[in-house]
Design a protein around this ligand. Sequence first.
Ligand SMILES: *Cc1c(COP(=O)(O)O)cnc(C)c1O
Length: 434
Amino acid sequence: MSTIKNVALETATLVERDQKYLWHPYTQHKTAALPIAIAKGEGALLWDENGKEYIDAIASWWVNPYGHSNRFIADAIYKQLTTLEHVLFGGFTHEPAVLVAEKLMEILPKNQQKIFFSDNGSTAVEVAIKVALQYFFNKGEKRTTIIAFENAFHGDTFGAMAASGISFFVEAFEGMFIDVVRIPVPVKGHEQESYDALQNVINTKNCAAFIFEPLVLGAAGMVMYEPKSLEVLMQICKENQVFNIADEVMTGFGKTGRNFATDYVTNKPDMMCLSKALTGGTIPMAITTFTQDLYDAFYDDDINKALFHGHTFTANPTGCAAALASLTLLQTDEMQSNIVRIHDNHKVFEKRIKNHPKIVTTRILGTIIALEVVTDGAASYYGSLRNKLYDFFIANGVVLRPVGNIVYVLPPYVISDEQLQKVYQVIENALEIV
Ligand SMILES: *Cc1c(COP(=O)(O)O)cnc(C)c1O
């Protein structure tokens, strides 16, 4: 590199240097505002390079329940990094992976008996879909259709994208997907429609699995439906030997007020997809869990019946150490009471805000509150109302990313009451400017 370039680099801001080489997710760089350079995080707080403070009211895309720069998790990571940072998982194993499996078994539904590691929510979903399809292949049965909700989000890799129903995420790739049939979400007043659609798909297609976000569709804008509806849908699948795949990537680890959203129903999923909060927002890692029956369909003298899927960093010991520390934190009384405390705060705020003239509806589940803001037209995902709200929140030191006209709060569990009250206040103030 020439000396001149070095000088220029030294005087350029971090954001200018970012713009030179970096391509951000979900970003139209021509029209998007410049990113904010974050230099430090602690608890529910973030600070940018100029020292401005922000409350992270969405736990950095729902990954961070235990606070930024958490010492307990950091110490576990450091200890693991200086003991065994990584070893291939093909033909080898290690204590952190075994401990994570044992610890997860304490909180997973009892029918979940096997766990498979991967790297992120999308790969957790890929694995589940592949296992469902290969299960029937291994049994010599032709079942190739996957059922999913309208407006679902399951990730951005091809199988996960096929299952996702938010149009502009997948539009460019239509026609290149595995066979997915969509059914409506059983939101209030549309339950029967959803049940009928599911029964109809099962009657008319060779269905392998139904993949769903249990009780809350996150990326769709925290769309919620009742446990009793999920119970009916899962029961229909169960009666027809269609696998239930619970994508708990967002809802897992306490966000809905229980360890898993499917803890609210008595039917248990055949597979579960976990990621996001699994490592407390520190190291990318994901897990897909299975029943013994699923595992057994791959257990054979014939090598071709094995699951030929893996990732280079599968069960990375450092990631496992982070997951183990995170699961330990989740089970503490302190964290469990934080979850209840956030829920109670949301309830009080909901009471105060629900009759506001700018609010259409409100909904709460566990640590999640979503508010639908009045809009004159169809509010698009990244439309002008959304951007106006987003800019206002950022200007006022709160990280909130509305989905269209839906403003939701899903904070780290360690957020203080005072910080939470500030988030609510900024939302109320924002309603005055829209
Ligand atoms: C975020 C998310 C995914 C995808 O996870 P990535 O880690 O972004 O690949 C899948 N399913 C749900 C429900 C999610 O919220």
